[in-house]
Structures are given as structure tokens and as C-alpha cells.
Design a protein around this ligand. Structure first.
Ligand code: GTB
Length: 216
């Protein structure tokens, strides 16, 4: 059965692959699983039909037969559990890879989202200039710790896993800020992720959606 995911009809990131359908697309490509995409406007996301699938009215969702999922991390985990190549067979290595999935979403992504929100929504506030260094320092602390752990390794724990897929996806969100440049090994790590053929296929597919929307 071909799974169906949802994505932005016109992504606010202008096809840069930063919306969270990208990580689901990438996981499906790594798994060699074809998929369909249902495109949604911001309005359609808040309609009852979509809210039945996603309680918070967001993308991505994932439908496969009677199964309906939301939350990009849960969807990637589901894909990784059902296909070879995204989680190791060894039980301990598998548990560590799953831990990295949570670390990406729970420890690294929150300060990245904080930085994005501060820049997007708080720029006109009187306290913006005072708060920004604090937001940056919180992110810098996490990036420094991650950089120290990764060291010269290719991936976070042995072979490429869903933990790396989510970590690279999350780090890509900070690339444009220039802060990642302070950590050459993280830049190289992200570049290794982006160089994977499955990543490129997923990126091209989401870019094609934005290009088509822009031509209309
Ligand atoms: N925790 C959820 C998950 O991981 O699936 C969060 C899902 C989520 O934030 N979805 C966003 C959404 O649907 C799109 S990805 N937003 C619409 C809404 O809430 O009404 C977040 C996102 C949006 C835009 C950019 N960008 O422009 O760079 C990057 C990421």
C-alpha cells in the first residue's frame, strides 16, 4: 500500500527543504518506499477533515491503509521500524539510534526553533537586541556539545541511521544563520547527509512543489 503524506501547497521556506515533510520524504526515500503527497493550504490545514488526521492542524501527516499518523518524529520512527536501513538490527545499537532521534527533536531542535521564532516574530520588540544573544548562546551551547560528541566520526553512532536523518534535518534549519559555520565538523556532517542520494531525491521532490506553485 502506497503511503500518503501531507505537505505545504506553497512552503514558506520557498523550497529550501526546511519544512517537516522533508524529513519524512527523506526517510521514505532511504527506505525505497514510494509515496503520494497531498498538498495543503494553511486554511485547509485548519479544516475538520485535516484536524481529524492532525489534532494541531499541521503538516506532515502520514496515511497508510487504516493507519493515520502525525508528528514527523513518530512518522520517521514508523518508517524506520518497518524498513531496513534506518535502524540497526543489534538491539543496543537500535536503542542508541532511537535515543539520537529524540536528542535531535527534544534537545537540538528546540533552541533552533527559538532562534527562528525570535528572528521572525520578535524583531520589532524593544527587548529583541538584549534577548538575541541569550537565544544564540543557548543554541551555541548545544551545538558545541554535539560537535564535541561527533568529533571526527562520519555519523553519530556507527552506520547512518534515523538518528542522523533527524539530526541533519534539524541542523539544516540553522545553516542560513551562519552559526553552524562555527563548527566545521557539524558542517561536514550536514553536507554528508545532503549528499545522500535519498536526501537529494526528497529535496528535489519538495522543490518541484514550490516551483510549480510559483509558476501558477
Ligand atoms: N512537532 C510537529 C512535527 O514534528 O511534525 C511540528 C509540525 C509543524 O511545525 N508543522 C508546520 C506547520 O504545519 C510546518 S513545518 N505549520 C503550519 C501551522 O502550524 O499552521 C515548520 C516549518 C515551517 C516553515 C519553515 N520555514 O519557512 O523555513 C520551517 C519549518
Amino acid at each position: 500500500m502506497t503511503p500518503k503524506i501531507t505537505a505545504f501547497e506553497r512552503s514558506p521556506d520557498r523550497g529550501r527543504g526546511l519544512a517537516r515533510d522533508m524529513r519524512v520524504r527523506w526517510a521514505l526515500e532511504e527506505a525505497g518506499q514510494s509515496y503520494e503527497v497531498r498538498l495543503l493550504s494553511f486554511n485547509a490545514m485548519k479544516e475538520p477533515g485535516h484536524l481529524a488526521l492532525h489534532p494541531f492542524g499541521q503538516i506532515p501527516t502520514y496515511e497508510e491503509g487504516d493507519l493515520a499518523l502525525f508528528e514527523s518524529g513518530g512518522i520517521v520512527f514508523h518508517i524506520a521500524e518497518r524498513h531496513a536501513g534506518l535502524l540497526p538490527d543489534d538491539a543496543d545499537a537500535r536503542a542508541r539510534a532511537i535515543t539520537w532521534m529524540f536528542a535531535a527533536l527534544n534537545t537540538i531542535e528546540p533552541p533552533i526553533v527559538d532562534l527562528g521564532i525570535a528572528k521572525l516574530l520578535e524583531g520589532n520588540e524593544s527587548w529583541y537586541e538584549k534577548r538575541m544573544p541569550l537565544v544564540q548562546d543557548r543554541l551555541r551551547k548545544r551545538l558545541g556539545e554535539l560537535s564535541a560528541r561527533l568529533g571526527d566520526a562520519e555519523w553519530l553512532d556507527g552506520e547512518f541511521s534515523a538518528g542522523d536523518l533527524l539530526m541533519v534535518s534539524v541542523l539544516l534549519r540553522v545553516k542560513a544563520s551562519g552559526m553552524l559555520d562555527e563548527y566545521p565538523n557539524l558542517c561536514a556532517y550536514v553536507a554528508r547527509g545532503e549528499a545522500r542520494p535519498a536526501y537529494k531525491r526528497a529535496f528535489d521532490a519538495q522543490l518541484a512543489v514550490f516551483t510549480a506553485a510559483s509558476a501558477r
